[in-house]
Design a protein around this ligand. Structure first.
Ligand code: UTP
Length: 292
C-alpha cells in the first residue's frame, strides 16, 4: 500500500490552553513566528504526503485563512519591495492541496476521524494531531508510513514516558519484533501506573486503514460522551495486526502550557538568525532569577 493522504484533526476545544483558545484555535498558537499547524503540515509534506484534510470546527476559520493565498497582502508586500516576506507568504499558500471538513460538535478524536471517511475514499491514510509538533531528521509520520507500507497494517506512533505519567496517555502492551517496533497485544486508555502493561505511550501520529471507520461506528461514546479512537483500535485489534513504532525525534505537546513554552524556547534556538540573541536573553533572565 502507498500512503499519500493525511488527516489533521483540529476541531478540539483546547480547554487546557484556555483562555486564549476561547477565540483562537490552539493549532494557530504561534511557535516563534508560525502557527503550530504549519509545522505539522510541513512534516506531512516532508513525508511525501500530497493531500491533506484538516478537520475543523467552530471558531477555526483562522486555519483556513492561514493556508489560503492572500492577494491583498501579496500586493502590499510587492509594492513595499518586501520580497523575502512575499516569498514566504506565497509559499504557505502553495504548500500542498489542503481540504477542509467541519466536525459540527467536538465529540472526540474518533468522531473527528470519522469525518474523513469520504475524503480518504478507501485508502490507508496518515493522521497527525494538530497539537503535537515532532522535530526529527526523518519526519515522524514518514517513520510510521515506512512500516505501514512494508507490513500492510495500521501503525501507531509511540514513545517511552515516565512510569508515573502513564495515566495521561493511551498505553500499549505488545511484543517487540524489531528494533523500535512492537506488535500490539493490548491498548489501554490512561491506566493507573500499577495496571499499565508498559510505559509505551501513544502520541499524536498514526497510519490507519479504512476499516477503522467501521470500528469507529461500532464504538459507543466513552468518557465525556466522546468517541475514543483507542476504543475503535481495540475492536480492530481483534481482527487484524496493529503495530507500534517508537518515533525518533523530539516531541512538543503544544496543547499544554509547559509544552508550548518549551517549544517556543527550543525551536527559537534552531533558528540561525535568532539563536545567539535568544541565548543571551535566557542567560540574562536566568542570572536575574537565580541571583534573586
Ligand atoms: P485533545 O484531547 O488533545 O484536544 O485531542 P482538545 O480536546 O482540543 O484539548 P483539551 O484536552 O481540551 O485541551 C487531540 C486532537 O484531536 C482533535 C484536537 O483538535 C487535537 O488535535 N480533536 C479532539 C478533534 O478534532 N475533535 C474532537 O472532538 C476532539
Amino acid at each position: 500500500m502507498r500512503i499519500r493522504k493525511a488527516v489533521i484533526p483540529a476541531a478540539g476545544l483546547g480547554t487546557r490552553m484556555l483562555p486564549i483558545t476561547k477565540s483562537m484555535p490552539k493549532e494557530m498558537l504561534s511557535i516563534v513566528d508560525r502557527p503550530v499547524i504549519h509545522y505539522v503540515v510541513e512534516e506531512a509534506i516532508k513525508a511525501e504526503i500530497d493531500d491533506i484534510l484538516i478537520i475543523t470546527g467552530k471558531g477555526k476559520r483562522a486555519i483556513e485563512d492561514y493556508f489560503d493565498r492572500s492577494f491583498e497582502l501579496e500586493y502590499y508586500l510587492r509594492e513595499k519591495g518586501k520580497i523575502e516576506e512575499l516569498r514566504q507568504i506565497k509559499e504557505i499558500g502553495e504548500m500542498v492541496d489542503i481540504y477542509y471538513v467541519r466536525q459540527k460538535k467536538p465529540l472526540g478524536l474518533g468522531d473527528a476521524i470519522l469525518h474523513a471517511e469520504k475524503h480518504v475514499n478507501g485508502e490507508p491514510f496518515a493522521v497527525l494531531l494538530g497539537d503535537d509538533i515532532i522535530i526529527s531528521d526523518k519526519p515522524a509520520i514518514g517513520q510510521l508510513i515506512e512500516v505501514a507500507e512494508r507490513r500492510n497494517s495500521p501503525v501507531l506512533g509511540v514513545e517511552h514516558v515516565p512510569h508515573e505519567l502513564v495515566n495521561k496517555y493511551g498505553i500499549i502492551g505488545g511484543e517487540k519484533i524489531e528494533n523500535d517496533l512492537y506488535r500490539i497485544k493490548t491498548l489501554i486508555e490512561k491506566p493507573a501506573p500499577e495496571e499499565a502493561p508498559s510505559n509505551i505511550a501513544i502520541i499524536g501520529r498514526y497510519v490507519l486503514t479504512p476499516d477503522v471507520f467501521d470500528a469507529l461506528r461500532e464504538t459507543p461514546p466513552g468518557k465525556g460522551g466522546e468517541i475514543q479512537l483507542i476504543d475503535a483500535l481495540r475492536t480492530l485489534l481483534n481482527k487484524k495486526e496493529i503495530f507500534a513504532r517508537i518515533i525518533a525525534g523530539e516531541r512538543y505537546d503544544v496543547g499544554s502550557r509547559v509544552g508550548f513554552i518549551r517549544a517556543n524556547i527550543e525551536l527559537s534556538l534552531t533558528r540561525k538568525e535568532l539563536r545567539s540573541e535568544v541565548i543571551e536573553l535566557m542567560e540574562r533572565i536566568l542570572r536575574e532569577v537565580l541571583d534573586g
